[in-house]
Design a protein around this ligand. Structure first.
Ligand code: DON
Length: 305
C-alpha cells in the first residue's frame, strides 16, 4: 500500500502548481505550495503514509468536525439543529448574505463559518475557556495525540485580520444565536483553527468515524452511533462547501477540507484518510489533495455511492 500511495503522490504532485495558498489569513501565505502528503489509518489501526507526511499544518476548518462531534455528544441532535441547519450551501464558506434569508438567521449548516461559530458557542462549558478545553480534549482523544500545539503566528494573524468572521459573529449575536461575547467565541474558534497537526493525526480521527465511533487502537466507543451517522451525512453534503456535489461524484467519501490545505476523508468500515496540499482552488479546497483522493477512491473502490 505504501508504494501505491507514493505513486499516487508522485503522479499528482504536478497539481500543486495549480491554485494558490490561502492569503486572506496573512500568515497562511507563507505555506509551501509544493507540499503533498497522505496518511491512512485503517480500522485495525494499521497506519501507512507517503509524500510529505511530516509536514505540520493548521487544521483550520477540519476542526469543525470535532466541534460538531462535541456538540452532538453534549447536547444531542435537538440542541445542534436549534442553532444551525443541515442543508448544503451553494455559497463560499465565509459567505454572509444567506444568513439574512434563512429561518431566524440560522446558518445553513455546521461547516460554513457561521455555523461553526454558532456551534462553538453552544459546546458544553460554563465559559469559553471550558468550551475550548472541551474541544481540544476531544481533538487529542480522537487523534490519540496528547501533544497538540497551536501555531501562535497563524492564530494571531487570523485574530488580527478576521473581520469577516467578526461580521458573521455579530450578526449571529444579533439574531440571538450566540450567548457568549463575540470576541470570546471567536477567540476559541481562531485558536481551534490554528491547531497544528500532521496527516497521521487527522487520519486517526477519521479512522474513529470510519470504525463506527470506536477508536481502533483502544476499542473505546468515543462517538455515539447516531452522532457518527450524522457527522458522515453532514461531511458528505457540506464538507467541501460549494463543491461538495462535485467531490461526491469524483471521490464519494464523507470529507472535510481546511484552508491550511488539509482534507480529512472517511471510508466507512475501512479506513480514515488525510491529505495535505496547501495550494487551493477558489472554493478553499486543496487541488492536489482532491486529485489524490479521487485516484485513491477509484483504485481502492472507496466511494460510498
Ligand atoms: O474561519 C476561517 O476563515 C478559517 N479559520 C477556516 C476556513 C476554512 O478552513 C475553510 N475551508 N476550506
Amino acid at each position: 500500500m505504501k508504494d501505491k500511495l507514493q505513486s499516487i503522490i508522485d503522479q499528482n504532485r504536478k497539481w500543486t502548481n495549480c491554485g494558490q495558498v490561502a492569503s486572506y489569513i496573512p500568515e497562511l501565505a507563507k505555506a509551501d505550495p509544493n507540499i503533498l502528503g497522505i496518511a491512512i489509518n485503517d480500522i485495525n489501526d494499521k497506519a501507512v503514509q507517503a509524500g510529505d507526511y511530516n509536514y505540520y499544518f493548521t487544521i483550520q476548518s477540519i476542526v469543525k468536525v470535532i466541534i460538531l462531534i462535541c456538540l452532538l455528544i453534549d447536547g444531542g441532535e435537538d440542541k445542534i439543529f436549534d442553532k444551525v441547519g443541515m442543508e448544503p450551501s451553494s455559497e463560499p464558506f465565509n459567505s454572509i448574505p444567506k444568513l439574512e434569508r434563512t429561518e431566524s438567521g440560522k446558518p445553513l449548516n455546521p461547516f460554513i463559518n457561521a455555523g461553526a461559530i454558532a456551534c462553538t458557542d453552544a459546546v458544553l462549558g460554563k465559559n469559553c475557556k471550558e468550551k475550548y478545553e472541551r474541544i481540544v480534549a476531544m481533538l487529542k482523544k480522537l487523534s490519540n495525540n496528547q501533544n497538540l500545539k497551536i501555531n501562535d503566528a497563524v492564530y494571531k494573524s487570523e485574530k488580527l485580520t478576521g473581520q469577516t468572521n467578526r461580521a458573521i459573529a455579530h450578526y449571529l449575536k444579533g439574531a440571538g444565536l450566540i450567548d457568549n461575547s463575540v470576541e470570546d467565541v471567536l477567540d476559541v474558534y481562531f485558536k481551534l483553527c490554528s491547531v497544528e497537526m500532521v496527516v497521521k493525526d487527522i487520519a486517526k480521527i477519521a479512522s474513529v468515524i470510519a470504525n463506527g465511533g470506536i477508536a481502533p487502537w483502544s476499542q473505546e466507543k468515543i462517538i455515539p452511533t447516531n452522532a457518527n451517522k450524522i457527522i458522515k451525512a453532514i461531511m458528505t453534503t457540506c464538507g467541501l462547501y460549494d463543491s461538495s456535489g462535485c467531490f461526491a461524484v469524483r471521490v464519494g467519501m464523507p470529507s472535510k477540507s481546511g484552508v491550511g490545505g488539509g482534507i480529512v476523508s472517511v471510508a466507512p468500515n475501512k479506513m480514515g484518510i488525510a491529505v495535505v496540499g496547501p495550494s487551493l482552488d477558489h472554493h478553499g479546497n486543496s487541488i492536489a489533495g482532491v486529485k489524490v483522493l479521487e485516484e485513491l477512491s477509484k483504485s481502492e473502490r472507496l466511494s460510498i455511492f
